[in-house]
Design a protein around this ligand. Structure first.
Ligand SMILES: [Zn+2]
Length: 356
């Protein structure tokens, strides 16, 4: 059914992608410290090896097959690695940069997200911004706010997931069964349910965990009814679909109405745009698809959440979704960056609304 409505096959070449992304990466100094101080990123060669790229010692230098051109299948390794300086350079495609730059390019994320990925992967605490300058008070506060937001959205996801398996989630569960969404898929994508009116709301739960009203409002999970001091949950009686950033943090939700409430309000609601949730620069399922997209060297871009979940369940794990909106250039760039040769298959539905 899904493949019947595929309309476009688009290949974006790596050079043109580079022009879109911008090639240069600044070479920061030590940018992270282990908790307790003193640590830094592991050697570049180790970061490559941890990604399944073989590093060969050649005299005093190290080389690897460059993953950024020719599908990583070149015969003679042309990626030179300098562990001492933490730099790489490809003599063929001229890709070059430092450890975080490598991860950004390889994982298809921004430089800052690559730093976060590295810190998480190697148990480091990020202590300085990307340019290596000491962190200011304002930057520290911004980092703390981001961390609280991350925890808030994580707590909201856990709340929705728990509600799905309680009696109030029964109709939502039934809808998933009818759509052949398995318990495993629900678990992988952390699907949940936002309770209906009359059931304990999310906002009450989050406030009890110590989050503030303004924090809930800022991420679009609740709003204040006019003339009232108390909060109202924005998402009610809906299937909740968490949407993660490229770095894997939940940044917002897609929410589908659950029968028998069909017709009451929009079928799909997304978190509203905020500094951390920008619909046009997110792809649903990206963290889940990254590995398969690299292995298959292509990514399938579809419109709907349920399409992505169905494709993954069918073994097509290199599928991502564009949040039910028109595809933006940023989303296309992000999708292309998941595949070494930047191959994107657009599998668009002529009637996206209908398929969901
Ligand atoms: Zn190369």
């Amino acid at each position: 059914m899904l493949w019947g409505c595929m309309t476009i096959l688009t290949l974006i070449s790596r050079p043109s992608l580079r022009r879109l992304v911008g090639q240069s990466r600044s070479c920061g100094t030590v940018v992270a410290q282990a908790a307790g101080g003193g640590g830094k990123f592991p050697k570049l060669s180790r970061v490559l090896e941890d990604r399944g790229i073989e590093v060969q010692q050649r005299g005093n230098s190290m080389k690897a097959k460059c993953p950024f051109h020719g599908n990583g299948q070149e015969r003679t390794p042309s990626l030179a690695i300098n562990d001492e300086k933490g730099l790489y350079h490809c003599f063929s495609c001229e890709a070059s940069g430092n450890v975080a730059g490598f991860v950004a390019e390889y994982e298809g994320v921004g430089y800052s997200e690559a730093m976060d990925l590295l810190c998480r992967e190697y148990g480091l605490v990020r202590s300085r911004p990307a340019n290596g300058a000491p962190q200011t008070q304002a930057q520290r506060e911004a980092a703390e706010r981001r961390e609280r937001t991350r925890k808030l959205l994580e707590a909201a996801t856990a709340f929705y997931v728990a509600a799905l398996s309680r009696p109030e989630g029964a109709a939502c569960m039934q809808m998933l069964r009818e759509r052949k969404v398995s318990a495993q898929s629900a678990h992988i994508f952390r699907l949940g349910f936002s309770p209906s009116a009359g059931q304990p709301p999310l906002s009450q739960h989050l406030l009890s965990l110590g989050f503030r009203q303004d924090e809930l409002i800022d991420v679009g999970l609740a709003y204040r009814r006019e003339g009232s001091a108390s909060l109202v949950d924005r998402f009610r009686a809906r299937l909740m679909i968490p949407i993660a950033s490229a770095a894997g943090d939940i940044v917002g939700f897609g929410a589908r109405v659950v029968p028998p409430d069909e017709g009451g309000g929009a079928k799909y609601l997304n978190s509203r745009d905020s500094p951390i949730f920008k619909k046009g620069s997110l792809l649903f399922g990206l963290p889940h698809a990254r590995r398969a997209a690299r292995a298959k060297d292509q990514v399938v871009l579809v419109e709907g959440y349920m399409d992505v979940i169905a494709l993954h369940a069918a073994g097509i794990a290199h599928a991502v979704g564009c949040l039910g909106t028109a595809i933006s250039e940023e989303q296309l760039r992000l999708a292309a960056s998941l595949s070494p040769s930047a191959t994107v298959i657009l599998a668009l539905d002529a009637d996206a609304e209908g398929s969901q």
